[in-house]
Design a protein around this ligand. Structure first.
Ligand SMILES: [Fe+2]
Ligand SMILES: [Fe+2]
Length: 482
């Protein structure tokens, strides 16, 4: 069960060393992307990384790190990552994957300069070049560095490997809009009492999981855009995407993630039985109308229970539908006669649902809250409405500046957040697509990384000064994001 993954025994030494190694190696790697090799920061990070390598060689005689699919092996033992370290592992995984490197082995101690050689070779690699590992091997040979060996990333037939990020974005976009189409179909088939196409939904959620695992920025970006017209359909898809991305970050295994996506996609299925006049009512609901509204988790549960062909999936989907308004402390609805603990799926979907419901405009919420404010509300209600541990991970995932946020930089440039770095320390330094005004419209400029250091001066080249409202500038964020 997914719950088990969250309470891991870190006592075992290889796991501990493995986690230390990835953390230190990734920090050095990240440092090397910003600073040059004579910088004092690099010296310190190199020393820290050498220390773990040293400790591992002392304890185990060898250090062998390998990535297989989305798993990490350290000296042939699978490293199970706790939620707090997950962002670093995910970021490291993505960097390695982009460079098509899957194995690193240290067989003897090495000096700081050699480790620096290795790290700068890594940062300088081309993306998606299958022969990167040969290049590094050759370079290490030229420098007489024999104690390190790197190898390519193994690829598997059933894995979706994207050749370039453009393809990947297109793929993610396809998944998103197909999912919206599917939700429409589902709503129709319920109205017409036809059977649902469950296989299609399952396949789509598997694709969504693949896309999120590869790089969740496009899907999260699409989910974050607020100016869609068809709230209901988008809402279901967004909840599925937030749930998958969140589930992934807290370590839910891949095979359960698509179930989580299904549970997210169908969490409000009970609303299909509520009259449209009530769903779309702009005025305040009467007490009777409210009580009908509040009945949708129960109706949803009934609908799902009637689908016999859903098998083991149905319990998980029921969790999503039945529990998403219950709240962590059970003060929500439906009222329960007996206390129960909300399932992990239920807790995740509650968070995804709450955020998406507040962030976008809809009939009874004309002015969408900015996400900063919603995250603040969520933090405030953490432990009451929401599972505190999962809320923390969620806030981290959405970031201070969510994807698609329009921002003003200290250079007086305007930009749109297109990628958030996984590392919490850099959460306020996303990648930003600059936009400029020319010939009567806003145009796309370069994508800049706010981690970039200012040459010749301390600090960073660009920083965010404040967020701007795209409506005020008549900017269609979606156009710049995909
Ligand atoms: Fe709901
Ligand atoms: Fe909902």
């Amino acid at each position: 069960m997914p719950e088990e993954k969250l309470t891991i025994d870190h006592e075992n030494l290889p796991t501990k060393l493995g986690i230390e190694f990835v953390t230190k190696f990734y920090r050095l790697f990240k440092g090397a992307m910003i600073y040059d090799r004579r910088n004092v920061v690099i010296d310190r990070l190199t020393q820290e990384c050498l220390q773990v390598i040293h400790d591992t060689l002392q304890a185990e005689g060898n250090l062998y790190f390998k990535i297989v699919r989305d798993n990490f092996f350290f000296n042939n033992i699978r490293v199970i990552v706790k939620a707090d370290r997950y962002p670093i592992f995910k970021a490291f995984w993505q960097e390695m994957r982009r460079r098509r490197i899957g194995e690193i082995e240290f067989s003897a101690e090495m000096g700081p300069e050699n480790l620096k050689d290795l790290i700068y070779l890594f940062t300088g690699l081309e993306e998606n070049n299958e022969s990167n590992y040969l290049y590094i091997q050759k370079q290490l040979e030229c420098r007489n560095i024999e104690s390190v060996h790197v190898d390519k990333l193994e690829s598997f037939k059933d894995e979706d490997i994207y050749i370039d990020s453009e393809d990947q974005r297109r793929y993610s976009k396809g998944v998103y809009f197909k999912a919206i189409g599917l939700v429409k179909e589902v709503v129709e088939s319920i109205h017409q009492q036809k059977a649902l196409n469950i296989r299609k939904a399952k396949r789509l959620m598997q694709n969504a999981v693949n896309a999120v695992m590869q790089d969740d920025s496009t899907l999260l970006g699409l989910a974050n855009i607020k100016n869609y017209d068809e709230y209901t359909f988008n809402h279901s898809v967004n909840v599925a995407i937030y749930a998958i991305a969140l589930g992934q970050r807290i370590g839910i295994p891949k095979k359960h993630l698509s179930h989580l996506g299904m549970a997210g996609l169908f969490h409000d299925i009970g609303k299909t039985k509520i009259p449209k006049e009530i769903l779309n009512k702009t005025d305040k609901l009467s007490p009777e109308e409210w009580s009908m509204m509040r009945f949708h988790p129960v109706i949803g549960t009934e609908i799902i229970m009637r689908m016999k062909e859903w098998g083991e999936l149905s319990t998980r989907m029921i969790n999503g539908a039945f529990e998403h308004h219950l709240r962590y402390d059970l003060t929500g609805y439906p009222r329960l006669t007996r206390k129960k603990k909300i399932t992990l799926f239920g807790r995740i979907i509650t968070i995804a649902d709450f955020y998406d419901a507040l962030v976008r405009p809809r009939v009874y919420n004309r002015f969408p809250y900015v996400s900063e404010k919603i995250l603040g509300i969520m933090l405030e209600r953490s432990g009451k409405d929401f599972d505190p541990a999962i809320v923390k991970v969620f806030i981290n995932m959405i970031g201070v500046f969510p994807l698609g946020t329009l921002v003003l930089l200290n250079t007086n440039e305007m930009g749109i957040v297109t990628q958030i770095h996984e590392d919490t320390e850099l959460i306020d330094r996303p990648k930003v697509c600059l936009i400029y005004y020319s010939d009567g419209e806003y145009r796309r400029g370069n994508v800049v990384d706010l981690r970039e250091a200012d040459q010749g001066a301390e600090g960073f080249k660009r920083s965010i000064v404040k967020t701007l409202d795209p409506n005020e500038y008549n900017i269609n964020v979606a156009e710049f994001l995909i």
